[in-house]
Design a protein around this ligand. Structure first.
Ligand code: ADP
Ligand code: MG
Length: 405
């Protein structure tokens, strides 16, 4: 993969229009950015290009608009935050490839930055039709001379700006993608052992696929979060009204059997915190019916919303001797203080080990920050949940393949 340094040494970037495909898909609430980690993560690339006197065009998606402009998904806030973080003005174009975008780019002096509006306001960005995507990629290509791919959170998508555009311009990987791929290599090649993987969160069926691949690689797999209940159900336990992926029970059973055959240690929770209803995450009103129960004694009408204290101890012990840890997915509904302890315990477990620790997943990264942990104490906090999981599954990621060509 070519790097920005190769672009600087090769075609040169000074005075050239450089299209940076970033991932500014930040979480927002009531029109405000709640976590700007992804904007911070692409800063080094933008700064490097600015210092090399490039005319920098930053593009990204935000959320899932339906292929047409929608003010609820505007990148304006993200552009403003980028300007604050850069400490210099950032132009903003109110369309992606239309007259406003062309004007914004024409107005750039070397070393200046413009953000164009949400790529997904255009149906061609995410189209499954190669010709439609190609047409949109042609329009994007008309804005720039060079391409830098740095939207790691989107590299698993075969989208116009990720996959088709780099084929149309001299291209290189940005610094963030360089770092992320370097970290993922440490999790897949010559891994330092014991290698412990902690999985949780809510997207159960998305994450089960990664276990398939990890069974051949990890020494120990710890499962918590909403995922745990499908495993507990597979072992014949009552799970009440907890998150459950019933159709995946046979798959999960097969994983447990394979783990045993292959000598991979599968660690499931021994207790859980349950409640009669899902907590109010907006008001964070106290929950007065939280109970800690053993996993073999889950009451029928109740919902498991966090692992319990015995599980916290067990997981901490299983992390203590690790040399490499990959963690994806909170252990409970950490957004509410009544169900944040399991997630806090795992984060602390990572810090207490001597392992190279990697946290992947938007909510997992947000959990680490909102629970007050010092991000710099972790080996790496990935900006891409889906992208890192697909890499670990052994899949080819379109956005990385396109940069390699
Ligand atoms: P990530 O973004 O880190 O990949 P996910 O998106 O898969 O993680 O899951 C994060 C969400 O999982 C959080 O919003 C959290 O509230 C939820 N969650 C964790 N445990 C449970 C549970 N037991 N029941 C329901 N939701 C849960
Ligand atoms: Mg998530």
């Amino acid at each position: 993969m070519q790097t920005i340094d190769d672009l600087i040494a090769g075609p040169g970037v000074a005075g050239k229009r450089v299209f940076v495909r970033a991932d500014l898909n930040v979480p927002m609430s009531d029109g405000l950015i709640t976590d700007d980690g992804r904007i911070r993560a692409v800063l080094p690339t933008i700064v490097k290009l600015v210092e090399a006197d490039a005319k920098v065009i930053v593009a990204s998606h935000l959320g899932r608009p339906k292929g047409a402009p929608d003010p609820a998904f505007s990148l304006l806030q993200a552009a403003e935050r980028l300007a604050e973080l850069l400490g210099k003005p950032v132009a903003f174009a109110q369309d992606t490839v239309g007259p406003a975008a062309h004007d914004a780019v024409k107005g750039l002096e070397p070393g200046q930055v413009a953000v164009i509006e949400n790529l997904r306001f255009n149906p061609g960005e995410t189209s499954k039709d190669d010709a439609e995507r190609g047409e949109f990629a042609d329009q994007l290509a008309a804005l720039a001379d060079l391409y830098v791919g740095d939207g790691f959170g989107a590299v698993h998508r075969k989208h116009a700006s990720v996959y088709d555009l780099p084929a149309r311009l001299p291209h290189a990987a940005g610094l963030l993608i360089g770092t992320e791929v370097g970290v993922l290599k440490r999790l897949t090649e010559n891994v330092e052992r014991p290698y412990v993987v902690v999985l949780g969160g809510a997207k159960v069926s998305d994450k089960l696929a990664v276990i398939d691949n990890l069974l051949g690689k990890a020494d120990r797999i710890l499962v918590g979060g909403g995922m745990m209940f499908t495993f507990l159900a597979a072992q014949g336990h009552e799970v009440g009204s907890s998150l459950l992926q019933e159709d995946q029970i046979p798959v999960v059973r097969e994983y447990l059997a394979r783990a045993e055959r292959e000598g991979v240690e599968f660690v499931l929770p021994v207790d859980a915190r349950v409640s009669g209803s899902f907590p109010d995450l907006k008001t964070k009103a106290p929950v007065d019916d939280v109970e800690v129960v053993g996993v073999d004694a889950m009451p029928a009408g109740k919902m498991g919303l966090d692992v319990g204290p015995k599980t916290e101890e067990l997981f901490a012990a299983k992390l203590a001797d690790a040399k490499t840890v990959f963690w994806n997915g909170p252990m409970g509904v950490f957004e509410h203080p009544a169900f944040a302890d399991g997630t806090r315990a795992v984060a602390q477990g990572l810090l207490d080990s001597d392992a190279f620790t990697v946290v992947g997943g938007g909510d997992s990264a947000a959990a680490v920050r909102t629970l007050g942990f010092d991000e710099s104490k972790f080996g790496h906090i990935s900006t891409g949940g889906g992208a890192s999981l697909e890499y670990l599954e052994g899949k080819t990621l379109p956005g990385l393949a396109a940069l390699e060509k």
